[in-house]
Design a protein around this ligand. Structure first.
Ligand SMILES: C[S@@+](CC[C@H](N)C(=O)[O-])C[C@H]1O[C@@H](n2cnc3c(N)ncnc32)[C@H](O)[C@@H]1O
Length: 268
């Protein structure tokens, strides 16, 4: 793994919490992702690159759609959660989207969900992803716009919900310290046009109160517990109380809006 990227990415996949994170992301956002993928016209024979795949659900869903005759390449800095080889339709490779050469091109679809947010050199990553599209191929990028809706509890009524929003604000600072872009979602359409894509469009979705958000939150906050306390604004008791609440209380936890933006490489 590239040392710079490992340092930049706050929630690195070495940690055991990753499996819960990927299951929760799948439950929350796979329906959104596949609605867009289907709208772009995915069909048997398509060649797809899933960038920063994390877990297996998106590559496997793509493989189900492009079989027979298609190809799905799933890459990540750390591929242990992709269960490489268990689905023969998915090719798995360790790859840093910023620092490694892009794979051989000609893709009909390149997709990245919640990856560019964490990558400080996101324009470069986008340029590399676009360079692998065939003429007429599609890029689909999905990322939060955290600043549009930063609260984990938009309906903050109780002290527990106030604590949840306080912990979330500290978590956001950790992301910012690592070079995350908390306004990326809104910028995506412009970034895709500036990268030379046409027929650019975007929409957004976010869960307002869904149980999988608690699973996601528990995995993320548990993984960075020490760093949260280390910032000096939260006591260990606060973080642990919040972790307990995510298992026991009905806090109505939301995420930031996930912006899905798509654009097409001009047909030659
Ligand atoms: C929040 S997870 C999202 C995983 C998956 N795309 C999803 O939506 O379920 C971010 C993923 O991006 C990967 N990642 C971060 N920086 C990367 C880079 N420079 N190159 C490739 N993958 C990267 C991480 O390892 C992690 O698996």
């Amino acid at each position: 793994m590239d040392a710079v990227s490992a340092h930049e990415y706050l929630l690195d996949n070495q940690a055991g919490e990753s499996q819960d994170r990927f299951s929760a992301l799948s439950a929350l956002f796979d329906p959104v992702t596949f609605r867009h993928v289907d709208d772009l016209g995915i069909a048997p024979g398509w060649q797809c690159w899933e960038v920063g795949a994390g877990g297996p659900s998106v590559p496997e869903g793509l493989a189900a759609r492009v079989t027979p005759g298609g190809r799905v390449l799933a890459t990540d800095l750390e591929t242990r959660w992709l269960f490489g080889g268990t689905d023969p339709r998915v090719e798995v490779a360790t790859h840093d989207v910023v620092h490694d050469d892009p794979p051989e091109g000609g893709f009909d679809l390149v997709h990245a969900r919640l990856v560019l947010l964490h990558v400080p050199a996101r324009e470069e990553a986008l340029r590399r992803m676009v360079s692998t599209l065939r003429p007429g191929g599609w890029l689909l990028v999905e990322d939060y716009d955290i600043s549009l809706q930063p609260l984990i509890c938009p309906d903050e009524v109780t002290p527990d919900q106030r604590l949840a929003n306080t912990v979330k604000a500290e978590f956001r600072q950790l992301l910012l310290d690592r070079g995350a872009d908390t306004q990326l979602g809104r910028r995506l359409p412009r970034m895709l046009r500036e990268a030379g894509l046409t027929r650019v469009g975007a929409d957004a979705y976010f869960p307002v109160a869904m149980p999988s958000v608690a699973v996601l939150e528990r995995a993320n906050v548990h993984q960075v517990r020490e760093a949260l306390i280390g910032r000096g604004n939260l006591r260990a008791n606060d973080v642990d109380r919040y972790l307990e609440l995510t298992s026991t209380a009905e806090l109505d936890l939301a995420t930031a809006p996930l912006v899905s933006a798509w654009g097409q490489c001009p047909p030659s």
